[in-house]
Design a protein around this ligand. Structure first.
Ligand code: ADP
Ligand code: MG
Length: 230
């Protein structure tokens, strides 16, 4: 419990700091990206390749700034009923369009409604599906299962055919900046957990039916959320 509290304080501190500087960094970063993309159109050969690296790294900076901003947003705004099936399918097609899924097959099953801030919820789903696809790798599989309990609480389980979570990674998954990927930000799960908790929910990890990891987002039923707020 103490560790969770420290983690929470750490997140809140990072969030406040980020909120202060993010705008300052975002604007020049946007200018850098604009110019790099302009130069890319005129460049050829190895220069074009070098500029692509510059662009990729600038995009990565944008991802980090965005992740930090997400940690700063408390997520206590107005909630509404969100159709989970639609939200999941939207997230999958968004990742597909951004070519973040490669040749990974993603299936969505089940239905349910959650009481949530729609954009924040979509962001959690995006982070989980993106991680699953990255773990599954080319030709891999991802399965998203939506279910609603008798008491109305909703669950979205994202399983993949990847190698699963190593015991070392397991302990640090939700730590801000923990990543095992060469160009990861390590913010996806930290942000997702902060959002889940702001909704009175949580994220659990175990092994799924596809052999790899299974991340389960649980959100309380609308009636319980309303009781808690009353
Ligand atoms: P990032 O994706 O930028 O690395 P995340 O916070 O999203 O940051 O994830 C942190 C780490 O958790 C990943 O680097 C990876 O080691 C581990 N992880 C997340 N999702 C999975 C998964 N589906 N299978 C195996 N490991 C995972
Ligand atoms: Mg991630």
């Amino acid at each position: 419990a103490v560790a969770r509290l420290v983690q929470h304080e750490k997140l809140a501190g990072i969030g406040r700091l980020a909120a202060g500087v993010a705008h300052e960094i975002n604007n020049p970063l946007g200018v850098i990206l604009g110019y790099v993309r302009l130069l890319q159109r005129r460049a050829e050969g190895t220069l074009a390749e070098d500029l692509r690296v510059v662009e990729e790294e600038a995009v990565r900076c944008q991802d980090i700034v965005e992740g930090l901003l997400d940690l700063a947003r408390p997520g206590r705004g107005p909630k509404e009923p969100v159709a989970l099936r639609d939200a999941c399918e939207e997230v999958v097609s968004r990742l597909r369009e951004a070519t973040r899924l490669g040749t990974v097959t993603v299936d969505v099953h089940g239905e349910g409604t959650a009481w949530a801030q729609a954009p924040r919820l979509r962001q959690v789903l995006l982070n989980l599906v993106k991680n699953a696809a990255e773990a599954a790798g080319e030709g891999g599989r991802v399965e998203v299962r939506i279910a609603v309990d008798a008491d109305g609480s909703a669950r979205v389980a994202v399983s993949d055919s990847g190698p699963g979570v190593t015991p070392e990674a397991r302990a640090r998954l939700f730590e801000p900046f923990f990543t095992t990927k060469p160009s990861g930000t390590g913010l996806g799960l930290a942000v997702s957990q902060a959002i889940a908790e702001a909704h009175g929910g949580r994220i659990d990890v175990d092994t799924g039916a596809l052999g790899g990891a299974r991340f389960t987002l649980s959100l309380p039923s609308p009636s319980r959320v309303q009781e808690a707020a009353a």
